[in-house]
Design a protein around this ligand. Structure first.
Ligand code: FAD
Length: 323
């Protein structure tokens, strides 16, 4: 039996939360199939981050520290992964479903002649075999991918599970990497500017989902409540994908992670990718006409009803209470 290799990512000098989530998945299937969990941390000056991962995530953590790894570069990263694979002999490789993961994971799979399970939200063990779960059609269907042979490489969605934070004792092993000539060079990182709205600083956020049906409804229904509460508007991803609001309004795993004093979710189902962006809010009100919507599981106060009736009444009540 091989090991499980987690390809960790570094952000601002620390191991990303998404990588600790990979460790959660790895430890779950490792315990069920008797595989050791190993990780790779790559970058420049990353030994403290790798040490922290070994203490918090456990297992052997390979630290590939090289100036060529300071910024993500496919050729350099792949050289580090190759060295880690030689050292860890994994038959399962877990990568985050992030832009660099999308770039790196297929190359790892091709080099290992491995099966590839992209964009998964969970992995299970059934009868000793791995099963990767993946969503289709906006979460309406789940598919179950059962590798017919090993090794297998999978990318896991950030936010699909909790980051591992149990007590663990691992060890950090420096990993020598031979990085040859690079086919591409890093030019610069451009951080998108939050044009006028910074949801991470808002005390109150009133968010709307796909059910609003169009951009004008945000102005007619969501904005008045946000204004009455002195807060900002937010949105679920389909709203942004449809172009009803710009990306800086998106709350969730591929948008903003927010923790306001009050979060009002209007017509939002509560998909895991949305929940990870707002469940740390101090008080959550959910308005949804489906009493079984998952958003109610994290809500402090739930209203089962039509948002087009409830939200305007709430807006009037807030205005009246404020005099
Ligand atoms: C890799 C990846 C990253 C993602 N990142 C994000 C992310 O950052 N943020 C995010 O939000 N999603 C993200 N998603 C998408 C996520 O999986 C869901 O598809 C999305 O959150 C659903 O948005 P929604 O709740 O607005 O729409 P739906 O799931 O369609 O839900 C609409 C809800 O509105 C309710 N409703 C309908 N009409 C009314 C009415 N008149 N009154 C009251 N309730 C009503 C329905 O009962 C339903 O619960 C991501 C998905 C993937 C695969």
């Amino acid at each position: 039996m091989g090991s499980i290799l987690v390809i960790a990512e570094i952000q601002k000098g620390k191991v990303r939360e998404a990588s600790y989530e990979l460790v959660s998945f790895a430890r779950k299937i490792g315990a069920a199939t008797n595989r050791e969990v190993k990780s790779l941390v790559m970058g420049q000056g990353i030994s403290a981050a790798a040490e922290e991962l070994s203490k918090k995530g456990g297992g052997e953590v390979f630290a590939a520290d090289d100036a060529a790894l300071a910024n993500y570069n496919l050729d350099a990263a792949f050289a580090a992964v190759k060295a880690a694979i030689a050292a860890a002999s994994p038959d399962v490789v877990l990568v985050s479903n992030t832009p660099s993961g999308w770039d790196l994971a297929p190359r790892i799979a091709a080099s290992l002649d491995a099966g590839f399970a992209p964009d998964c939200f969970n992995v299970d063990v059934e009868g000793g075999e791995l099963v990767f779960l993946r969503r289709f059609f906006n979460g309406k269907l789940d598919s179950r991918l059962r590798p017919t042979s090993l090794p297998v490489v999978a990318t896991m969605q950030p936010g699909a599970t909790a980051a591992f934070d149990g007590a663990a004792e691992g060890k950090m092993t420096p990993l020598a990497v031979s990085i040859g000539s690079l086919g591409t060079k890093f030019v610069e990182t451009k951080v998108a500017s939050a044009k006028g709205v910074d949801l991470t600083k808002a005390d109150v956020i009133v968010s709307g989902g796909r059910s609003l049906g169009g951009p004008e409804k945000f102005q007619e229904v969501i904005k008045p409540l946000a204004d009455a509460l002195g807060g900002a508007m937010g949105a679920s991803r389909p709203v942004v994908d449809a172009g009803w609001l710009p990306h800086e309004y998106q709350v969730g795993s591929s948008g903003q992670v927010v923790s306001p004093k009050l979060y009002v979710a209007c017509g939002i189902s509560g998909a895991i990718q949305h929940l990870v962006g707002m469940k740390a809010s101090n008080f959550i009100i959910a308005i949804n006409k489906d009493a079984d919507a998952p958003i109610f599981e994290v809500a402090d106060l739930g209203v089962v009803g039509d948002l087009f009736e409830v939200v305007p009444k709430l807006t009037e009540a807030v205005k009246a209470a404020k005099g």
